[in-house]
Design a protein around this ligand. Structure first.
Ligand code: SF4
Ligand code: SF4
Length: 362
């Protein structure tokens, strides 16, 4: 089957798949599809066989650099492509007890980056306490992944830019496009205008300004069943458009490939794009990207403290293949001896220039 560039827009949803009791909210069901006939029948190679061609199977971790903590799946948005299946109806929230277990690890690990994600992490009632405590650990790069609109969602969040500044947080924000139409289709009506306002509020306190140490990066992901264009070219276009139209500054743009899981998988199947998308990913498989996929330097922690090779494996309920499986038992030496669990969704991380939470990798 030839690769096709499909341009259907993935629309924002009203409820999570879980709230809709959709069969695809079940991780096992998603894995069955990812291991299904396209690969079983040999039409496409399994990811493990593909990386074995360059002696990269089994995939093994290197030095732990990033601790990515998902503090809950609740979100004020229900974006169409969301791999977390997040939304206002999701109730999974990290408790202060689990946060404390994370803090104990943060203080003792050699990881230089702490990456808080969600859902909308700010909606966790203990979010500010956690940021205050974690910022005392002196970690080099302290990232909070903010969807921007949360800053405008309620009065209690309006001071978030000042709060982030006070704790020298590195803000990484989703911004699917510099046009209203594409952004609102994917993330919901009114999201573009609120995101622009939030970016201006962040700029006002110093975030994203050319010489500022207050880092503000944006994340782009495609709005349909196609792969991101060149990251540097897109960054240039975003910077030009946001500056000219709204006087907004930011530092870097990360281009992220949508992985075929959760709500994006649901969309691919519903729009009959699943096979073409998998063909596209395999066709542009880049062996050079395998070495730097984010599971090789990251551990992902779920809201209830379980450990995963990455946020995607977390959503597929694929816990680390190690004796140590929970943050309360964290042991870097034991964890570094594991094999990373892979499946066909991993082709999303190795397509083209590669993809990670920090953008391209190769
Ligand atoms: S803002 Fe992020 S976490 Fe929330 S629904 Fe959208 S993609 Fe998912
Ligand atoms: S999906 Fe996760 S496990 Fe698979 S290659 Fe990407 S980061 Fe690694």
């Amino acid at each position: 089957m030839a690769q096709s560039i499909l341009t259907d827009i993935k629309k924002a949803a009203k409820k999570s798949l879980k709230a809709q009791k959709d069969a695809l909210s079940n991780a096992q069901m998603q894995l069955e599809i990812l291991n299904g006939e396209l690969f079983e029948d040999g039409e496409l190679p399994y990811f493990k066989d593909k990386i074995a061609e360059t002696n990269q199977f089994p995939l093994r971790p290197k030095t732990l650099e990033v601790l990515q903590i998902n503090v809950g799946y609740m979100c004020n948005q229900v974006c169409g492509h969301c791999h977390v299946d997040a939304g206002p109806d999701r109730k999974e929230i990290m408790t202060r007890e689990t946060m404390q277990q994370c803090l104990d690890v943060i203080k003792n690990t050699g990881a230089h980056t702490l990456d808080l994600t969600g859902g909308a992490p700010e909606m966790n009632p203990d979010f500010r306490w956690f940021v205050e405590e974690a910022s005392k650990a002196g970690i080099k790069d302290f990232i909070v992944r903010s969807n921007l609109t949360i800053i405008l969602a309620n009065k209690k969040y309006h001071d978030l830019p000042e709060f982030f500044k006070k704790h020298n947080v590195h803000v990484v924000s989703s911004m699917p496009h510099y046009t209203r139409g594409k952004t609102d289709k994917q993330r919901g009506d009114g999201v573009f205008d609120k995101s622009i306002k939030a970016l201006q509020m962040l700029n006002e306190v110093g975030y994203g300004m050319p010489e500022s140490d207050l880092r503000l990066d944006l994340v782009y992901n495609p709005s349909g069943a196609f792969l991101p264009a060149d990251q540097a070219a897109m960054e240039h276009d975003f910077k030009k458009a946001l500056k000219e139209d709204f006087d907004i500054d930011f530092h870097n743009l990360f281009a992220i490939t949508n992985l075929p899981i959760s709500r994006f998988l649901d969309y691919l199947i519903a729009s009959d794009n699943y096979e073409d998308y998998m063909y596209s990913l395999v066709e542009v498989y880049n062996p050079a990207a395998v070495e730097s996929v984010m599971c090789t330097n990251t551990i992902s922690v779920s809201w209830d403290g379980w450990l995963y090779d990455c946020d995607f494996n977390q959503m597929l309920d694929l816990k680390v293949a190690s004796k140590v499986k929970h943050i309360k038992d964290f042991n870097d030496d034991v964890l570094s001896n594991r094999d990373i669990i892979i499946s066909q969704h991993c082709y999303g991380c190795t397509a083209g220039a590669g993809s990670s939470c920090q953008g391209t990798v190769a």
